[in-house]
Design a protein. Structure first.
Length: 342
């Protein structure tokens, strides 16, 4: 009888609420082992040659991201464990016959990565290590997001709880990015950051009015002024990212590049409305399902848009069908992701 390589560990990402990101110097062993772990090598090879290609929208960015990620992973064991976990999750979806094996691998490696990040590196973030933090956050965020939509949930509440945890994690990612933006611009990923900023912020894009009808419905609804303000703010941000999405080429739709931009930017107040299961906030979230549906060619997204909309429609029921008419017409087997509200 043999012991499974990765065991049956349960990932802490299912219940993650907040990760305190802090690192210090890695201590390497001075001894060298001749043991070779073929499973880990397979995961590393797959990440380098397959998974890495799915997170950026053009080849030059893919090359920079791959080179940067692997260079830092060899110096930071927690980052190496995180990318191996991400690769294992990817393989669990590509190889259904070995899905259980790879998901167990992903869970075990995720656990080790988080434990290593939090306990082995106790120092505060500074300009010398912030890139390691951002790279780690990026990989973990992708895993948490994918795990949210590929886990079988007992009910809507368990699904939403995990999704809100993902949003909180992404908000922490944004706090690090915004705080250390100038320092990160001087690193290997600076060019990618500047390109993304230029496309999203500096370049004008046509407004196709995806959120216009919902904005009108919310304005006319019998809701508190506070709720209206919070939802309108989130909708304005969502329309802003719809506009940026509309400026991307078709090849970008198979990547996760810019996918989390809206989730990263939503306010704490809007997240609270989601936690309270407020229908108006859930309808706003349903419109984000269209963004996910557009990216369904990505392995990390796949049917996430359909699943999100289905969860919300089942929870809200018939009284909110009119509010959900547009995303329902788009996020369907025959719906076109380019359709805009009438």
């Amino acid at each position: 009888m043999t012991t499974p390589l990765f065991g049956e560990a349960k990932s802490p990402l299912n219940n993650i609420q907040r990760v305190d990101f802090c690192v210090s110097d890695t201590v390497h062993s001075e001894t060298f082992s001749s043991n070779v772990n073929i499973d880990h090598l397979e995961l590393l090879y797959h990440y380098e040659h397959e998974t890495c290609k799915t997170v950026m929208r053009d080849q030059s960015h893919i090359d920079v991201f791959r080179h940067t990620m692997l260079n830092h992973a060899f110096a930071r064991p927690f980052l190496m464990q995180a990318i191996l976990a991400c690769s294992a999750l990817h393989l669990s979806l590509k190889r259904p016959d070995k899905a259980k094996f790879y998901r167990n691998a992903a869970a075990t490696l995720q656990s080790s990565a988080l434990e290593g990040f939090q306990s082995v590196f106790p120092h505060a973030i500074d300009s010398s290590n912030v890139l390691d933090v951002v790279l780690f956050q990026h990989v973990i965020a992708l895993q948490v997001f994918c795990d949210t939509f590929t886990t079988d949930h007992e009910d809507f509440n368990s699904f939403l709880e995990q999704l809100v945890g993902c949003i909180r994690l992404l908000r922490g990612f944004n706090e690090v990015l915004s705080t250390w933006w100038k320092d990160l611009e001087q690193t290997e990923i600076g060019m990618m950051m500047q390109t993304s900023h230029w496309h999203t912020v500096e370049t004008p894009h046509p407004n196709l009015g995806e959120c216009a009808r919902l904005q009108n419905l919310i304005d006319a609804a019998d809701l508190s002024a506070t709720s209206i303000e919070i939802c309108q703010e989130s909708l304005s941000k969502l329309q802003y990212y719809f506009n940026a999405e509309n400026g991307l080429g078709e090849t970008s739709m198979n990547s996760t590049n810019m996918l989390f931009s809206w989730l990263i930017s939503v306010s704490v107040d809007f997240t609270v409305l989601l936690e309270q299961r407020r229908p108006e906030a859930l309808v706003v979230l349903a419109y984000y399902a269209v963004v996910l549906h557009r990216r369904r060619g990505s392995w990390a997204v796949d049917e996430a848009g359909e699943k999100l909309l289905k969860h919300i429609k089942n929870h809200l029921g018939k009284p909110w069908e009119e509010w959900l008419a547009w995303p329902s017409s788009v996020v369907s087997p025959t719906g076109s992701a380019a359709v805009t509200p009438a």
